[in-house]
Design a protein around this ligand. Structure first.
Ligand SMILES: Cc1ncc(COP(=O)(O)O)c(C=O)c1O
Length: 469
């Protein structure tokens, strides 16, 4: 029998433990309420939620799970790691970095590629504001490049924009389509510029057999809810280059949390610098693993549907279809064309809507539309990207536009409406028909018939006019 004296003996010296086990009933940090809160988002009925509650409540989850990427119990891979592994396998790149947004992936890429004070990056005049924003966040100056009839950066316009300050070019995939990458890569290689692909709007699309995002030095994707591979808010960065990956991760992981030895001096110049946190959350990664698995089949469906419809369209004198740089590879969730005037486009769009064509809700609720010059501001064309055009910054110093380093290197930039006339004209005039990945062959036949019906009513059929495919 243990004496009082024995009880006083320190546990470290063989005595009994003062607190051998907890008496309170443990509750996991992430438990029933959290699961139910997610289930609520799916619109389950109250009865279904109750059933889910009782199932989850029965399970002993111990203390876990935690949703931290770095604390999750090993050897099980975190969802973030699983997502990155799947991304490497899917796209065939050596490195993949899961981020919490496409903008974060772009920022990390630009910084990795050496964009900083005194540098310029050529970005397209049509795409999304985030590309130019990420350049400014990296302290570089975006230079807008006009587009061609694919609505992507016109490869023939790049060279004239290159200066001694240019370090990168950032072609953007527009709404499922792909830029003409071969000539873009050729100019970039000739001038030793990094190529950062912004593929936020076309994940899974291919150019000449290769996934977009793997053609340049770095590829960036958004996985926001508005995208083909849509989760909640997420992003992905791909590269084959170890240094670029390390530097991107440095920016995205708080300035070095994931270096082999966090506190070691830099192993090479440019390895160590302050970063921020663009880490993808485990919840997002859990969804994105499944979404990414579905991507190839989904993109194939879209592509087949679009080509099936385009293959049945007749050609018209007053209508120029969007140029497709790779009709077989693109993700194709939209048919676009340019009527000769905005008025004609308005009539066509209204008539298509009346036929029930172009109405989609897979990516977001939308109808067949044309913008026109009077349309409200839109961040997909450069003329509305005010924080860039006005060259503002939060501290009032006009950095990086009036940065002394930029000035010393001869840099001076003015943004004016009309700098990229093609972009403005085509953006205003393009008619957009949204497609649904679940259309059947019969749906495609009816939609093609409806487009032919409307175009025949307003335009002149002409076998010599520009073809759709
Ligand atoms: C072309 C393009 N780049 C970047 C982004 C930014 O992605 P995120 O919203 O995930 O930051 C978007 C999002 O709409 C986009 O369309």
């Amino acid at each position: 029998m243990a004496t009082a004296r024995d009880n006083e003996r320190l546990a470290i010296n063989g005595g009994p433990k003062a607190f051998p086990a907890m008496h309170g009933r443990k509750k996991p940090k992430i438990g029933v309420e959290e699961f139910l809160s997610i289930a609520e988002r799916f619109g389950f009925s109250a009865e279904a939620l109750e059933r889910i509650r009782s199932v989850i409540g029965d399970e002993d989850l111990g203390a876990g799970p935690t949703l931290s990427r770095f604390l999750t119990a090993r050897p099980q891979a975190t969802k973030g790691e699983a997502f990155e592994k799947l991304a490497r396998e899917t796209f065939g790149t050596k490195y993949a970095l899961a981020c919490n947004s496409g903008t974060g992936a772009l920022h990390a890429s630009f910084v990795a590629a050496g964009v900083g004070p005194g540098t310029e990056v050529i970005v397209p005049a049509v795409g999304f504001f985030a590309t130019a924003t990420a350049v400014v966040m990296s302290k570089g100056v975006p230079v807008f490049c006009d587009v061609d009839e694919s609505l992507a950066m016109d490869p023939g316009k790049i060279e004239a924009l290159i200066t001694p300050r240019t370090v990168a070019v950032a072609p953007t995939c527009v709404m499922g389509t792909v830029p003409d990458m071969d000539p873009i890569l050729a100019v970039a290689r000739k001038h030793r510029l990094a190529v950062i692909e912004d593929c936020a709007q076309s994940p899974g699309a291919k150019y000449r057999g290769r996934y977009v995002g793997t053609l340049g030095d770095l590829g960036c994707f958004s996985i926001s809810g508005y995208k083909i591979v849509g989760g909640g808010e997420g992003g992905l960065l791909l590269t084959d280059a170890e240094r670029l990956f390390e530097r991107a991760r440095q920016l995205a992981e708080c300035g070095g949390l994931t270096r082999p030895d966090r506190f070691a001096p830099p192993r090479y110049e440019g390895e160590l610098f302050c970063g921020t946190n663009y880490r993808m959350s485990e919840l997002e990664a859990a969804v994105d693993v499944v979404q990414l698995r579905k991507m190839p089949a989904l993109v194939r469906q879209y592509n087949t549907i679009k080509r099936t419809i385009l293959g049945q369209l007749r050609t018209y004198r007053q209508v120029v279809p969007q140029k497709l740089n790779d009709a077989e590879g693109e993700a194709g969730y939209m048919i676009r064309f340019f009527p000769e005037s905005v008025e004609l486009g308005r009539k066509i769009a209204a008539a298509l809507n009346a036929e029930g064509i172009g109405v989609g809700d897979f990516i977001w609720p939308s109808e067949c539309s044309i913008r026109g010059p009077q349309a409200p501001p839109d961040w997909h064309v450069y003329r509305w990207m005010f924080p860039v055009l006005l060259k503002t910054d939060p501290a009032g110093s006009n950095c990086p536009f009036d940065c002394p380093i930029y000035r010393q290197r001869g840099g001076r930039i003015e943004y004016r409406r009309g700098d990229c006339p093609r972009a403005e004209d085509l953006f205003d005039r393009n008619v957009m028909i949204w497609l649904d990945p679940c259309y059947s062959p019969e749906d495609c036949r009816q939609i093609a018939g409806g487009i032919n019906k409307v175009l025949s009513a307003y335009c002149t059929e002409d076998p010599a006019a520009t073809r759709w495919l």
